[in-house]
Design a protein around this ligand. Sequence first.
Ligand code: RNT
Ligand code: ZN
Length: 419
Amino acid sequence: MSKLIEQNYQNAKEAYAKWGVDVDKAMEKLDNISISIHCWQGDDVIGFENDAGSLTGGIQTTGNYPGKARNGEELRADLEKVLSLLPGDAYKVNVHSLYAETDGVKVDRDALEPKHFAKWVDWAKKNKLGLDFNPSFFSHPLSENGTLSSIDEGIRKFWIEHGKRSREIGEYFGKELGQACINNIWIPDGSKDIVVDKLAPRLRLKDSLDQILAAPISKKYNKDAVESKVFGIGSESYVVGSHEFYMGYAIKNNTLLCLDAGHFHPTEVISTKISAIFNFVDELLLHVSRPVRWDSDHVVILDDELNAIAQELVRNDFIPKTNIALDFFDASINRIAAWTIGTRNTRKALLAALLEPTAALKKVEAEGDFTSRLALLEEFKTYPMGAVWDYYCLKHDVPVKEAWLDEVKAYEKDVLSKR
Ligand code: RNT
Ligand code: ZN
């Protein structure tokens, strides 16, 4: 098996070398691209709060596949299983404030402290992972009628405090782990039906963000991002934190902008936005997801848009200023498999982009030879990227091709089915 993989790899190497692509260098570059794995695929975005109810905020998981994680130990064990199936070491884990561990004591969101995430930090250290963070502005009794844009000053204050504390937790992650934590703000605020005063909630949101971001926290440890959305379930007619709102906010206040692949109109894709936005913002956060007709957060597959995102990042050398994070949640299939499929695909797309003879393509384009451009782009689609991927997995001592599936099935039998 491994001999065949080596042979195929050597052949692939030759094919790419003809176009001036150094396959070994591509793999080296791939080793250094970090992917942030969202913890919430493991338990359908429920978290560990004592009174954890159902998921609200207009996002939804569908399906009832058995074996979801019920606590931090199980969730981290599941993540370790996933990590063992992924090539390379450059991974972060993305935690939501819902995943605080408070030893059975009720700690509301406006009272969370770094210590409630100490188990995540210890674990991240042990597994050589970075951590990212998200304040959770949903699945809470006070999130049903607006959070940071709420007309109720008491409610708005509660959520502002949550936002402030989240930055402190992010800073703690960054300091402990020696790499910046990306702290991403997404709120569900909006309206099911037509809104008359669309301005006032936005003014309140802007003021809330200003208050949250007022505390001076070094970007060395915590970087703030804001995430827009076009609509959610229950906010079909109006979303306070729209794309224009947050793009403007990020540019003016020098925060990161988060682009979620599922947060735009169905025919709009984020890959086309990246080269425009980078003229005006310094750093991006991507929520790599897969919308199917709506913001359905399907498992990421190796489709045209995933490839296009990776191409944009690689072709323009945007990798150093782009934080690649995953955001999907499928409860209808084995969750370890969901994570593995989505994360392997994201890395695979990056590899494919790194193997592209970009310089040659840019050259024919600049010469106006659009015939060659189209011909080459199409031919490169069937170049032996898979052979390089297999070798990359082999080299990193993780399952090659679909062999990871047997491991997931065994884990399901030994661990998940006993929950
Ligand atoms: C919701 C946003 C947000 C969430 C996670 C759980 O539409 O995409 O990023 O999915 O924070
Ligand atoms: Zn998202």
